[in-house]
Design a protein around this ligand. Structure first.
Ligand code: COA
Length: 323
């Protein structure tokens, strides 16, 4: 039976760094408040003209380089984003063109907000396990700076831009043990960007095309939901927290990450955290964190990784992986 494994990881962050101090001059906030309430110290911001596909291409290239593979080795691109370059073609198709992945490969986007990477990983894993692809580039890429209301202190301090990628390939043993996806569209009002093509351009005024969030309520649901999904994941694999080497959470807020770690009784030393340096990069946050910890040598081959995410929709999900 075909399984999948992560062959390599890659990531990309735009050059420009925006510190909390810089935000102090934009909105009524302080470095101390942002650090204490979120754990964020800085975030990266895409340059004018630098798009989601640019970030995704760079992360994808880095992952291919790390795997020692060429674009011709890829037959599937699944790209998770809520900030695509355009309505269509998909950002995945633009990445295919920019990386020169051969014509005939499969390429499409997945929209699941901050859970996007876990959704994309699940889809690619199923393609490979059922013989629909041999080698996939799974990318999370975002330019959230373009959908932030820079006058709203409760949201603009939280997010950043970036991209992360993994090369997923067919293997004889896992690899990916299991993925668990969920959604509940009933709580849309707590977190949304209340504008889209089919709702009409006339709505795109003021803050309508920007992130809107009731942060405190989202926070509580996220903590409760993530606690449940990590339990579900371990139970599905007959594993306990002692089997987990690294928790790689979606990087929204250090307090949410710490709550999930506490629930798992996992020390923070086993939690990969990049939120301080990247902020919340939505669908990019997990592959970015994964790549950082692979490259700095913390994550070693053979170790067990628990990925979990929560985002607008609401969507949430997890993956248990032997790296
Ligand atoms: N600087 C200073 N004060 C701020 C602020 C900022 N950047 N943002 C909000 N505040 C204020 C609020 O106005 C409020 O003031 P008030 O008490 O006078 O009304 C106070 O801080 C507390 O606001 P609250 O929203 O209750 O704070 P919080 O402790 O819940 O922290 C978040 C706010 C957004 C950091 C937190 O709720 C959060 O992280 N939520 C989940 C975010 C998330 O995960 N979103 C995406 C899912 S992918």
């Amino acid at each position: 039976m075909t399984r999948t494994r992560i062959a390599a990881t890659g990531s990309y962050l735009p050059e420009r760094i925006m510190t909390n101090a810089e935000l102090e001059s934009l909105v009524d906030t302080t470095d101390a408040w942002i650090r204490e309430r979120t754990g964020i110290a800085q975030r990266h911001i895409a340059a004018p003209g630098e798009t989601c596909a640019d970030l995704a291409r760079a992360a994808g290239q880095a992952a291919l380089d790390a795997a020692g593979l060429a674009p011709t080795d890829v037959d599937l691109i699944v790209l998770a984003t809520s900030t695509p370059d355009q309505v269509f073609p998909s950002t995945a198709c633009r990445v295919q063109e920019r990386l020169d992945v051969p014509a005939g490969a499969i390429a499409f986007d997945v929209a699941a907000a901050c859970s996007g990477f876990v959704y994309a990983l699940d889809v690619a894993d199923r393609f490979i396990r059922t013989g629909g692809a041999r080698r996939a580039l799974v990318i999370g890429a975002e330019t959230f700076s373009r959908i932030l209301d820079w006058s709203d202190r409760s949201t603009c301090v939280l997010f950043g831009d970036g991209a992360g990628a993994v090369v997923l390939e067919a293997a004889e043993s896992p690899g990916v043990y299991s993925t668990h996806l969920h959604a509940d569209g009933r709580q849309e009002s707590l977190l949304n960007v209340p504008w889209g093509v089919s709702q009409g351009y006339e709505l795109l005024e003021g803050s309508r095309g920007k992130v809107s969030m009731r942060g405190n309520e989202v926070f509580k649901v996220a903590v409760r939901t993530l606690g449940a999904v990590v339990d579900e994941t371990l139970a599905a694999n007959g594993m306990s927290r002692a089997d987990v080497d690294w928790l790689i959470p979606h990087q929204a807020n250090i307090r949410i990450m710490a709550a999930t770690a506490r629930k798992l009784q996992l020390p923070m030393e086993q939690v990969v955290s990049t939120v301080e340096w990247h902020g919340n990069t939505s669908a990019a946050s997990i592959p970015l964190a994964l790549d950082v910890a692979v490259r700095d040598g913390r994550i070693q081959r053979g170790q067990v990784l628990l990925l979990e995410a929560f985002g607008a929709g609401f969507t949430w999900g997890s993956a248990l992986i032997r790296y």
